[in-house]
Design a binder for this molecule. Structure first.
Ligand code: GTP
Ligand code: MG
Length: 170
């Protein structure tokens, strides 16, 4: 038979890294060149099937602007999974991603499944963060790393599917 489960998932990362765009791609299969900056947070849900289990993600897409930082614990508290997003063309966004990882390691759930997404992989000619650097950082900190593009859809379904696969099953 099939098992159904729900999982709270939060996206964190610098403003402009592409959190909302990844969610829009995953939930609606769309991309917007002029995606509006998120105010506070936005909620979405989407379901994926892994073997015999159907995982319904309850997704909190947070706002990356610094003035919303103090709201973040409301969204990561009780989360089963987190996606930390940075923009491969912006080194500051990678620095910020590492700060989010530290905060989640201190304050997040004990069994939190964490993914690091190096987004905008379609902009390879403007790359500032090397794949190997991000991959090594992820391995050393217990996350898995994928390079994604909300624009081309590269690795977007794979990102959510891999999280679903790693969630502890009932
Ligand atoms: P905040 O809501 O301010 O925290 O930003 P965000 O992380 O949600 O970023 P958002 O999804 O709004 O994307 C910011 C800009 O980058 C938008 O203009 C997007 O169209 C663009 N963008 C997002 N993902 C990609 C991508 O994979 N490739 C390219 N080329 N542009 C992208
Ligand atoms: Mg946003």
């Amino acid at each position: 038979g099939t098992n159904n489960m729900q999982a709270k998932l939060v996206l964190l990362g610098d403003m402009g890294a592409g959190k909302s765009s990844l969610v829009l791609r995953f939930v609606k299969g769309q991309f917007q060149e002029f995606q509006e900056s998120t105010i506070g947070a936005a909620f979405f849900s989407q379901t994926v099937a892994v073997n015999e289990t159907t995982v319904k993600f309850e997704i909190w897409d947070t706002a990356g602007q610094e003035r919303y930082h103090s709201l973040a614990p409301m969204y990561y508290r009780g989360a089963a999974a987190a996606i930390i997003v940075f923009d491969i063309t912006n080194n500051d966004s990678f620095v910020r991603a590492k700060k989010w990882v530290q905060e989640l390691q201190r304050q997040g759930n004990e069994n939190l499944v964490m993914a690091l997404a190096g987004n905008k992989s379609d902009l390879a000619s403007k790359r500032k963060v090397e794949t190997e650097e991000a991959q090594t950082y992820a391995e050393e900190n217990g996350l898995f790393y994928l390079e994604t593009s909300a624009k081309s859809a590269q690795n977007v379904n794979e990102l959510f599917y891999e999280i679903a696969r790693r969630l502890p099953k009932a």
